[in-house]
Design a protein around this ligand. Structure first.
Ligand code: ZN
Ligand code: ZN
Length: 244
């Protein structure tokens, strides 16, 4: 769609000093929707000339700091500076881990007294793994990331998939037979919660890998660029824009 596009606002892992936290901004006409909101969110948005004031909605993939710790800033500034309440799209099993176990410690008591997540955000629980904003359909799906911790990837208009943090996803070529995939990639030799480069090469067919940009990488990415260009579609670039 002409006026609907995604900008990758960060491509780094949680440790990175060279790249912002992996996440995206989806523009649907005049609306601005974040996919994840990690602790580097203000710097990432500054780089594309967007302020937190412009954020209309957020979708959260899972509760790790590099994906949710920017929500405190977004919530406080929206409520106390901009007097607005962004929509927060959540899978139901993320609600309690996000508020009770994460945000409530800092946001649960304010100058207004006891506060709930609904005081900061217009919370929408996602039903049937789907929600729609304007002409953009968001389809979520569960991913194998950290055992016992719910986490999700998202597909936009069946054209672009962001896996967010994940190990290898079984039957990925069947569940998403066409389109571009931004896939989590860990450059270390072994990792229990992220797919490593060698696991991706061994676990996915070349045809599937050639639809894949690797993202959520570490600062040592330059060493692997030639190999990734050979084996995949490429390395995701911070600021990369994809039409939806
Ligand atoms: Zn992460
Ligand atoms: Zn994670």
């Amino acid at each position: 769609m002409e006026n609907t596009y995604l900008t990758l606002i960060g491509t780094g892992n949680a440790e990175s000093l060279r790249y912002w936290n992996t996440g995206a901004l989806v523009r649907i006409d005049t609306q601005h929707v974040l996919i994840d909101c990690g602790f580097t969110i203000k710097y990432a948005l500054r780089d594309i000339d967007i302020s937190l004031q412009k954020i209309d909605a957020v979708f959260i993939t899972h509760v790790h700091g590099d994906h949710v710790h920017g929500l405190e800033r977004l919530g406080f500034e929206s409520r106390y500076v901009y007097n607005r309440r962004p929509i927060l799209y959540l899978e139901e099993d993320l609600y309690s881990p996000l508020w009770d176990k994460c945000l409530a410690g800092s946001m649960g008591n304010t100058s207004c007294g006891s506060s709930r997540i609904e005081d900061f955000f217009d919370v929408r629980i996602i039903e049937n793994h789907t929600f729609t904003i304007g002409d953009c359909i968001f389809r979520t799906f569960p991913t194998p990331h950290t055992v016992g911790k719910p986490s999700y990837g998202v597909v936009l208009n069946e054209r672009v998939m962001l896996t967010s943090d994940t190990n290898l996803i079984t039957d990925l070529d069947q569940s998403f037979p066409n389109g571009i995939i931004f896939h989590d990639c860990c450059l270390q030799a072994e990792n229990p919660v992220h797919a490593t480069l060698s696991e991706l090469i061994e676990g996915y067919s070349l045809a599937l890998r050639k639809r894949m940009f690797l993202v959520h990488y570490g600062d040592e990415i330059d060493f692997y660029r030639a190999l990734i260009r050979r084996e995949f579609c490429g390395v995701a670039t911070q600021g990369q824009v994809i039409s939806l």
